[in-house]
Design a protein around this ligand. Structure first.
Ligand code: MN
Length: 231
């Protein structure tokens, strides 16, 4: 194949215990999927259908290789959101809840880094969240743990500390919409493809970080990531 300009390199994630890597296609993110986080964002938690936004593939950083993120431009309120990340291995559309987990390759610990000031300004003006959420290096993610090895976690402590101080602490059992339900609903709107990631939402305790801060996130059974913020 001859390309007119240099073709971009694929964005990939490490897979725990294996040499092969996981090529990232698209990144879907679930909004307000823990009740206590919905409340801290000024919204009532409810069981309205889940809503989604996206990040570009170049948001994804393999935190096992590059353990830092640059402080992004045009923000004064750069927030951490620790999240369970689902990696899709088998695509499909109109996937039933009962079959949804068959489409999962594995799981990882990830951060949905957010320019909160830009996001809330856009939200309150009825504009897209794009510049608040969708930017390069805004999704550092740890090694994927294959469902074939680790199973499908339904309960697990999810935590984030900054410079050793606890910031976020919850359990993935508190997801308003489960992994299966997110896959089912998303696949009604857009056919899922192998390599897609779903970031499932963050629990309460989101807050700002500054250059020099070190974030340490973990989900029991899925390891941890350690990511520093650099100027
Ligand atoms: Mn999020």
């Amino acid at each position: 194949m001859n390309y007119a300009i240099p073709a971009p390199a694929p964005h990939t994630l490490a897979i725990a215990g294996r040499d092969e890597r996981f090529p990232v296609n698209r990144v879907f993110c679930v909004g307000r999927n823990y009740a206590a986080h919905a409340r801290e964002m000024g919204k009532d938690p409810d069981r309205e259908p889940p809503f989604f936004f996206m990040k570009p593939a170049n948001a994804v950083i393999d935190a096992t290789r590059v353990p830092s993120v640059p402080y992004p431009p045009k923000t004064a309120n750069y927030h951490h959101e620790i999240e369970l990340v689902v990696a899709i291995g088998q695509g499909g559309r109109d996937i039933a809840v009962a079959n949804a987990l068959e489409h999962v390759y594995g799981y990882a610990v990830g951060l949905d880094m957010t320019r909160r000031d830009l996001q809330l300004e856009a939200r309150d003006k009825g504009r897209p969240w794009e510049f608040g959420k969708s930017f390069a290096a805004s999704a550092p993610i740890g090694a994927l743990h294959r469902a074939a090895d680790a199973g499908h976690p339904a309960q697990a402590a999810i935590t984030l500390s900054v410079n050793g101080q606890p910031r976020q602490s919850s359990d993935i059992a508190k997801l308003i919409w489960s992994v299966s339900e997110c896959i089912a609903v998303l696949s009604e709107y857009e056919a899922l493809e192998p390599g897609d990631l779903i970031m499932t939402g963050t629990p309460e305790g989101v807050n700002a970080v500054l250059p020099g801060d070190v974030m340490q996130g973990a989900i029991a059974g899925l390891g941890e990531i350690r990511v520093s913020v650099v100027a």
